[in-house]
Design a binder for this molecule. Sequence first.
Ligand code: ADP
Ligand code: MG
Length: 263
Amino acid sequence: MSSLRLAVAGKGGAGKTTFSSTLARTLARRGHRVVVIDADSNPNVAVALGCDRAQAAAIPMLPTGLVSRRLDGGPSLTEPVPAVVERYGAVAPDSVAVVHMAMPAHADEGCLCSAHATVSGMLADAADLPDTVTIVDLEASPEHLSRGTTRHVDVLIMIVEPYWRSLETARRMSKLAAELPVPHVGVVGNKARSAADVEAIAGFCAGAGLVLDGQLPWSDGVLDADKAGIPLIDHDPEDPVVGAVSQLADRLLAGLQPSVATT
Ligand SMILES: Nc1ncnc2c1ncn2[C@@H]1O[C@H](COP(=O)(O)OP(=O)(O)O)[C@@H](O)[C@H]1O
Ligand SMILES: [Mg+2]
């Protein structure tokens, strides 16, 4: 397999971190190299992956001085991605590597341009990594899309819950995403408690012209794992959400159909 770069977006609480971390562990167990970039200002993917709290708290932010320019003008890193991951990342169970995007340390520190450029450069460079899946767990705000931080991903997944505001967020995000050269933009439904919920998500996607890549059911096991501070895949490898993520992993590795025409 060549590299696969995937960004996970959606409204706050939709299930981005649950999906990103479960997918990362699933792919790593299948023998792929997996790097997770936590791009949320309230980073929690390391713990969701299974790092202990002290290890997660010690993960440094990616220095913004790592970014330079590519010959084609886009951002690039000054060092190879594996070296950056080794130096600044932590290793979670199943050898998943996790790095933290830089965030302002103080309320009025403002500009995040170089932090976004670092992630963008890392994603651009990750295209050349063999058999490596890079997953970016995004913040709920559409800034990652409007700033083009995620322009270098192969797949953008929007996680939605079966209620109107969540679905509407996906519609709005998909408009922004359509302006980026991302080959596949798709929706993954989450927390469906009934056939009617599954239908609501499918119907909305069909009506809005959004590609539905799959659905994850509601599971009390996800909440139980969360409360216990244990990754879902360790809490219960047989949980239906783990099964549904595994099926999505199959489809991702097989190569999703392009959802938009790229030039
Ligand atoms: N399929 C699911 N079934 C039940 N609860 C879920 C499911 N997916 C996520 N959750 C719960 O929803 C909350 C938000 O999930 P999280 O992955 O942190 O969302 P996000 O990263 O989008 O903010 C957490 O309490 C999590 O346990
Ligand atoms: Mg999250």
